[in-house]
Design a protein around this ligand. Structure first.
Ligand code: F6P
Ligand code: MG
Length: 278
């Protein structure tokens, strides 16, 4: 497991340099979800694959930027599912983006996650590892990730990050959002899942949602690469992560790129979502 974490750290340092200096334009490829890939999406994917190829305990990898799994080491134990550059359409406006990793053993179901890691490329580069606890690291001038602190969520927060096209929200979802704001919650939404969820974690709590809407009934965020890793992080930090009714980590995708509605937050906000969607 440690070798995987080190490979993620090496990847993050290389991706950070690519984000800072490479061409931010589009390639002429689309990924399996139909998004046009940036040159940086493709480069980040290649960097991660190169670093993971050096780790004998990784049996196979599965990337948001590829259609299928890539086998690596026959005798390996883990499958790693990752989104190499989440929120990459925010790069041209110089907002924060991230990389997300789920380390699975025995298939890509939520219950098989052993650890989750994400990297935030913002004004600083930060890395969060969740195994039995959730730890924040920050890159220093010597290109080392230095431990900063453990992350835990409070029982109730103050921030709300409401995803998806509002025009397509269900009336009960809109009513819940109106009630949350009416209670004094503050809007914090950049459109990058990684910095938006990172902000809620570090500011003690709140709610991030990407619900079912009329245009995307199963939501937009992918289980293997985005939803399960963050559900794991939120649970280990003392929060909860649900699809409206049940735990996200009880789900299993039928296909690698399957999506699900999702809600991540501290306990009080998630109780409210359960009441709304009951
Ligand atoms: O990967 C999908 C993503 O870019 C996430 O980072 C982000 O949370 C979401 O899309 C934003 O979607 P929308 O603009 O529909 O709210
Ligand atoms: Mg993504």
């Amino acid at each position: 497991m440690n070798e995987i974490l080190h490979a993620i750290m090496r990847s993050a340092i290389r991706i950070k340099d690519a984000i800072a200096f490479d061409d931010t334009g589009y390639s002429d490829h689309t990924n399996s979800t139909g998004d046009t890939q940036l040159k940086l999406d493709i480069k980040s994917d290649i960097i991660i694959e190169e670093e993971f190829a050096k780790v004998a305990s990784i049996k196979e990898i599965i990337s948001e930027e590829k259609e299928n799994k890539t086998p690596l080491h026959g005798n390996g134990t883990y499958g790693v599912g990752y989104d190499p550059l989440d929120g990459s359409s925010l790069i041209d406006v110089n907002l924060s983006v991230g990389s997300i990793f789920g380390i699975y053993e025995g298939g890509y179901a939520g219950k098989n996650l052993k650890a989750a890691v994400y990297v935030v490329y913002g004004p600083r580069v930060e890395l969060v590892i969740a195994d039995e606890e959730v730890r924040l690291y920050r890159l220093n001038t010597a290109n080392e990730f230095v431990f900063i602190k453990n992350i835990t969520l409070k029982e109730k927060g103050k921030l709300n990050a409401p995803g998806a096209t509002q025009m397509g929200w269900e009336p009960r979802h809109k009513a819940m959002m109106d009630a949350i704001f009416a209670e004094g919650y503050r809007l914090r939404y950049s459109g990058g899942m990684v910095p938006d969820l990172h902000q809620i974690l570090l500011k003690g709590g709140g709610l991030f949602s990407y619900p079912s809407t009329s245009d995307v009934p199963k939501g937009k965020l992918r289980m293997i690469f985005e939803v399960f890793p963050f559900a794991f992080v939120y649970e280990k930090a003392g929060g909860e992560a649900i699809d409206g009714k049940g735990r996200l980590l009880d789900l299993s995708p039928a296909h690698p790129h399957d999506t699900t509605p999702c809600f991540f937050g501290s306990k009080s906000e998630i109780a409210r979502v359960k009441a709304c969607y009951a």
